[in-house]
Structure formats: C-alpha cells, structure tokens
Design a protein around this ligand. Structure first.
Ligand SMILES: [Zn+2]
Length: 156
C-alpha cells in the first residue's frame, strides 16, 4: 500500500516510539523511499502498524532486539506475514533478492554478511550492488581461449 502523508508521519512516530534510538527522520526517509516504489506490503494501515511494531520490537531468545536498524522494515518479511489480517486474502509478497548474489534474499544474504564481517562491505550495503555489472567482454574471453589452446599445443 502507498501511505498518505498523514499515515507516513503517524507510522514514523509509532516506530520511533517502539525504538527511540531510531530517529524519526531516518524512519521517514525509509517510508518515503518505499512509497516511491511499490509501497509497503500491507493489507491496510492497521496491518502496517502491527507489522512495523512487530519488526521494531522483535527480540531473540536472549532478549536482544533482532533488528538493529529500520532499514528493511518496508520489505516483505515474516513480520508482514505474521501480522496480516486473517481471511482478508492477504498474499505474502515475494522477497527481494540480493542485487549481487541473486540466489539469496536481500535482507539475509550470507555472501554479503561475509563481506560485512570481513570489512569488505559497509553494513548498509547488505543485499545491494556495490560494483556496476561487468559488461560482457567477448574479445577477452576469446583471448583466454586462444592462450589456453596455445599452452595445450605447446605441451604436445
Ligand atoms: Zn549478497
């Protein structure tokens, strides 16, 4: 759903009330960015409130918050599925895939996490493309094939 300005402002305040360390300005920016795309994966505004609060307040077994930032609050996840109104025909939206490792979901890509843990990738680039796609280079591929052929020929 696309939020109205008033809904966006109220939702940002609710999320901030759930996690005061998440600034309203950055929450608002995330919601605005989502609104410029497909919007939130919500059935209605009430669902958006439940999902956003579930995301913000989820804790692990040890009592720590599961989410350290609001960065992925707008993306389809279990928080949206688990809080959807029953019997209203809510369909779970497809999970976005990692822009760089397309076999993994963007929010939990293990390749990106490995890069983040080793310092090769800033943590705000989880699931995002860091390098531009490499254009095909048929001349380079052909040069390598020729080099392999000549090495093989030299061995005989
Ligand atoms: Zn990745």
């Amino acid at each position: 759903m696309i939020l109205t300005r008033s809904q966006g402002e109220r939702l940002a305040v609710i999320i901030n009330a759930s996690r005061p360390e998440w600034a309203i300005a950055s929450i608002s920016k995330i919601l605005q960015t989502a609104n410029q795309g497909n919007g939130l994966p919500a059935h209605d505004f009430n669902h958006a409130i439940r999902a956003a609060v579930a995301y913000a307040t989820a804790t692990s077994g040890g009592g720590e918050y599961v989410k350290q930032t609001p960065g992925f609050i707008h993306e389809p996840s279990r928080f949206w599925d688990d809080t959807a109104p029953a019997g209203k025909g809510y369909q779970s939206a497809p999970r976005p895939l990692c822009e760089e490792h397309s076999t993994f979901e963007a929010h939990s890509c293990p390749c990106c996490w490995a890069d983040i843990k080793t310092g090769l990738r800033p943590d705000n680039m989880l699931g995002k493309r860091m390098t531009p796609a490499t254009p095909a280079n048929p001349a380079g591929v052909e040069a390598v094939k020729q080099a392999i052929k000549s090495l093989q020929a030299a061995q005989h």
